[in-house]
Design a protein around this ligand. Structure first.
Ligand SMILES: Cc1cc2nc3c(=O)[nH]c(=O)nc-3n(C[C@H](O)[C@H](O)[C@H](O)COP(=O)(O)OP(=O)(O)OC[C@H]3O[C@@H](n4cnc5c(N)ncnc54)[C@H](O)[C@@H]3O)c2cc1C
Length: 461
């Protein structure tokens, strides 16, 4: 754990004046904002502040600029590539108290929220209007953090990612400007697309303070299904064929045998410990039935076992609760272990090959490493479950991760489908995009010439 040097007195006094008791210098609060959900070493920020308005964010940005202090935006801290780790110290700006839902427009199927609103709270507020916000990364992340990481998750195969869900952003830029990137219109051809530039920028280009989101109507019928497979290849082939046939599936998740063992143990369930697909179908009663029957036929043809499906909400909740606990279930495979989750995404036609080769690597490994993923998008994760004190295990995970990413890149895939670059995937960004990374650096230098916004993320300097 790295502790950092103190901040200049004049800066601290100004910070105190701005935030009062919402300025925190104590170690526990700094540790909470310097640790990560993954294996990265904690680095403590020098201070943590909680903002309550865009105007406060503007003042903070100007103050940090005047004193050359790094500023790290922070939502719920659920990101897993060390995205919030304050590698150069500075002040962490926690936006979780900016949690107002500013407007909901059912007629336009959109809403505007402050950045600290969490996705579960938003969905609770939308439910009685028959609406929902579909992006579901499992963790109860903030909408600002999800926009900043271009998050997706289990529903993306049907509803897209944050790239599709965000209509407009209010952003404070490093020079202290308070800008809106777009209006509420469903589409626009007005100038550069600053909305998309900010989405996935991981706090390096601006602090997002408000987000206007597209919403979806809650479907008339929702059903869920589970099916186990004798072989990993049979499960993946079922998914590939489902997508290629154009079945508008809402969710399809793969959990391999190791992950199913972990889920059974963690959530006290008794699923067969075989590669398993979890599905969800949305639509009218008839459409849902038709989709489920089509997929059941494909599963049977690919060696699937019993196709258990249900439209009872409590059955669905049980199934998805188990899926959402999968990361903690995996880490729970070993007492005192730490998780190192990684994710890649490949074109769907290469998915079967990519997962099969990866599984061969993992079966030969000395550490548990379950596979799970949002396979409808060609996206899957491996979670290395490590002894935190073992250098050998860390080195092995690094080797396996390298092979995984190289394999995905060789298949014209990406080194991260949804977790972002943070500090964990910087070398792979260059391997993936080459000269385009120089163009990204030019954009960063133009917008943040003093490199104060979340420095050391996406690029090393
Ligand atoms: C168990 C588990 C499962 C997960 N599954 C998925 C998944 O399926 N799909 C997926 O996409 N992700 C997944 N994640 C990752 C995580 O939930 C996402 O990265 C999430 O989008 C981050 O949101 P946050 O509010 O926690 O942001 P933080 O972790 O606080 O911040 C993430 C990044 O965004 C920046 N940031 C935060 N708020 C703002 C803001 N207002 N303005 C500008 N920059 C900001 C930060 O500086 C940082 O770079 C999972 C995480 C866990 C722990």
């Amino acid at each position: 754990m790295h502790l950092r040097a103190a901040l200049p007195e004049t800066y601290l006094a100004a910070l105190q004046g701005l935030f009062g008791d919402r300025l925190h210098l104590g170690e526990a609060m700094r540790l909470q904002h310097g640790a990560s959900e993954s294996h990265f070493e904690a680095i403590l920020p020098d201070a943590v502040v909680f903002a309550r308005s865009t105007e406060e964010v503007v003042e903070l940005v100007k103050l940090c600029g005047a004193h050359d202090i790094p500023l790290i935006p922070f939502g719920a801290g659920t990101s897993i590539e060390g995205n919030t780790t304050p590698v150069r110290g500075g002040v962490t700006l926690d936006l979780s108290e900016m949690d107002a839902i500013l407007s909901i427009n059912p007629g336009d199927l959109d809403c505007t929220v402050q950045a600290g609103v969490r996705r579960e709270e938003l969905n609770a507020a939308l439910r009685h209007m028959g609406l929902f916000f579909p992006i579901d990364p499992g963790a109860n992340a903030t909408i600002g953090g999800m926009a900043a990481t271009r998050a997706s998750g289990t529903n993306a195969v049907r509803y897209g990612t944050m790239r599709e869900a965000v209509l407009s952003l209010r952003v404070v830029t490093p020079d202290g400007r308070d800008i809106r990137t777009s209006r509420r219109a469903r589409k626009s051809a007005a100038g550069y697309d600053l909305t998309r530039l900010m989405i996935g920028s991981e706090g390096t280009l601006g602090v997002i303070t408000e987000i206007t989101l597209r919403l979806q109507g809650i479907p008339e019928a929702i059903s869920a299904a589970v099916c186990s497979f004798e072989t990993l290849a049979g499960a993946v082939e079922t998914v590939v064929q489902t997508i290629q046939l154009g079945v508008p599936i809402a969710r399809v998740e793969i959990l391999d045998d190791v992950q199913m063992r972990a889920v059974n143990r963690w959530s006290k369930l008794d699923y067969p410990e075989l590669t398993t697909l979890f599905f969800e179908f949305h639509g009218t009663e008839g459409a849902v039935k038709e989709q489920a029957e089509t997929v059941a036929d494909l599963a049977a043809a690919n060696g699937g076992g019993e196709f258990q499906w249900s439209n009872l909400p409590e059955e669905r909740s049980k199934l998805w609760a188990a899926r959402h606990q999968a990361y903690y279930a995996a880490v729970g495979l070993r007492k005192g272990a730490v998780g190192w989750p990684t994710d890649v995404c490949v074109p769907i036609s290469r998915l079967a090959e990519c997962i099969a080769e990866t599984k061969m690597d993992l079966e030969a490994a000395s550490i548990p490493a379950p596979i799970l993923g949002h396979v409808g998008d060609g996206n899957f994760h491996v979670i290395f479950v490590l002894d935190p004190d073992s250098r050998e295990e860390a080195a092995e995970a690094e080797r396996l991760n390298r092979r995984l990413v190289e394999r995905a890149l060789a298949m014209d895939g990406t080194c991260t489908g949804e977790h972002g670059i943070g500090i964990g995937k910087q070398d792979w960004l260059v391997a993936e995009l080459g000269g385009a990374v120089d163009t990204m650096r030019l954009i960063k230098q133009a917008i943040d010439p003093h490199n104060l916004f979340n420095p050391g993320k996406i690029f090393a300097s």
